[in-house]
Design a protein around this ligand. Sequence first.
Ligand SMILES: NC(=O)c1ccc[n+]([C@@H]2O[C@H](COP(=O)([O-])OP(=O)(O)OC[C@H]3O[C@@H](n4cnc5c(N)ncnc54)[C@H](O)[C@@H]3O)[C@@H](O)[C@H]2O)c1
Length: 341
Amino acid sequence: MSKLRFGIVGAGVWGETHAYLYQEHPNVEVSAICDLDVARARRLAAKFSIPGVFSDHNEMLRHAELDAVAIVTPDFAHGKIAVDCANAKKHLLVEKPLATTREDVEAIVEAAERNHVRVMVDLHNRWSPPFAVAKQSLDSGELGDPVSAYFRLNDIKWVATDMLPWAAKSSILWFLGSHTVDTLRWFFSDEVEQVYSVSSSGVLKRLGVDTVDVYQTILEFRNGGIASIENGWITPNTHPCVNDIKFNITGTKGMINLDLSNNQMIERFTEDKNDRPDVLVRHFIHGKAKGFAYESIRHFVDCLVTGEDFLVSIQDAANTSLTVLAILESAATGKVVKVKY
Ligand SMILES: NC(=O)c1ccc[n+]([C@@H]2O[C@H](COP(=O)([O-])OP(=O)(O)OC[C@H]3O[C@@H](n4cnc5c(N)ncnc54)[C@H](O)[C@@H]3O)[C@@H](O)[C@H]2O)c1
């Protein structure tokens, strides 16, 4: 079959992750790349032999022949690009979160339906092997029905202070909370009815990044499931893994615990550091991109080829964003907030 022609919007850290997978996938050729900072687009175009380089996504849509677009811009900059791409009849892989305002969420869903384009959001925690195995166990019935869950998903400070130039314009709730909420909706096979959240600020503000340090949130699901979640951006930089991840799901007949904060499978000691290299998320083996961060992107392409449903539907992603909006409202007002679907 002929290859699917992809465009990438956003040539930053994660745009490069997309480019690696598309370069390897036998059914994809990347025809164009776009970034407001055209030098960034040129850098990736040279590295991955991408012919079209643009600084404006509408120019890219006008001039490049594309079947699908990957939107890999900062969290708050997905909405307009996604609507424009849907109106140009391109299938979309949108980085998480789908969007950060109700207006953008509704506009993307409407544009996708009206234009009959397929949309997946890269809520890739569903491809993380420990979470996927835990979910299979729950689905087999051996844990009974899910009753309660605990999920801490935090980043080290460096992500907010150094990695993301736009951290102050986003929130740990968008950056990691969207994974947390989506994963729990998936485990409970249910929607969140209402939320209560409190937050703490100060550490990052003193470091010059004007965003909240950490949120602690209670989720109540429609069918009675309850979950307690923590999303923070102030884990010390000496933590051996970028993420601090603890998870428990307790059912009527059993439970599962995950501790993914410290992979103990490989320890490296050099003269100036000791660390535990990532063997789960994103790495290279014999020159090939491996890890669940690539698997979700591969899934998007595979489903475009086969016509199968995406593991993350557009409604999953929309409801995840609407739940995060309720959490932000609760933390700001100090009140329990019902999620408005
Ligand atoms: N799936 C995951 O777990 C995961 C991991 C990291 C990042 N992400 C997501 O990927 C997205 C990008 O993150 P990143 O770390 O690559 O950020 P980044 O800052 O490294 O790159 C973003 C790029 O987008 C460009 N950009 C901004 N607005 C644009 C616009 N309107 N048109 C074209 N280009 C524009 C910027 O110039 C920048 O080069 C975010 O939504 C983030 O949440 C997802």
